[in-house]
Design a protein around this ligand. Sequence first.
Ligand code: FES
Length: 114
Amino acid sequence: MVKINYLTSGKEIEAPENSNILRMSLRHNCGLPNRCGGGLCGTCVFKVEKGAENLDRVKIQEKRKLGQEWLEKGYRLGCQTFVTTGDVALSWDKAVTQKVKKRKPGKYKSVKTS
Ligand code: FES
C-alpha cells in the first residue's frame, strides 16, 4: 500500500500500488477536479509536491495538454497518472486549472522530464 496525500482537500488515503490518482480521489472523495477522464480537458491537473519519483512515466496526452511548460514545473494530469511503489503528495489550484484547460493541445514532441 502507498499513501496519497491530497493536500488541497486535506485528505490522505492508503491505496494499492499502481493506483490511478484521479480514480482514488473519486473513490475516497478527495476532491481532485475532473471532467473527461481521458487526458483531454486538463481539469485534473495537479502539482506534485512530494514523491515525483513514485509516479509513473509521463503519457503522450500529458505532453500534449500540459506541454513542456507545465511538465517542467511539476504538473501532471490525475486521470493519466499512477502511483507506483511509494508515497506522494499533491495539490491543485483553480487559477492553474483554468490556464491548463484553456491551453491548446500541442503536437506530440519529445519532452524532457526527470
Ligand atoms: S479529467 Fe480531463 S484531462 Fe484528466
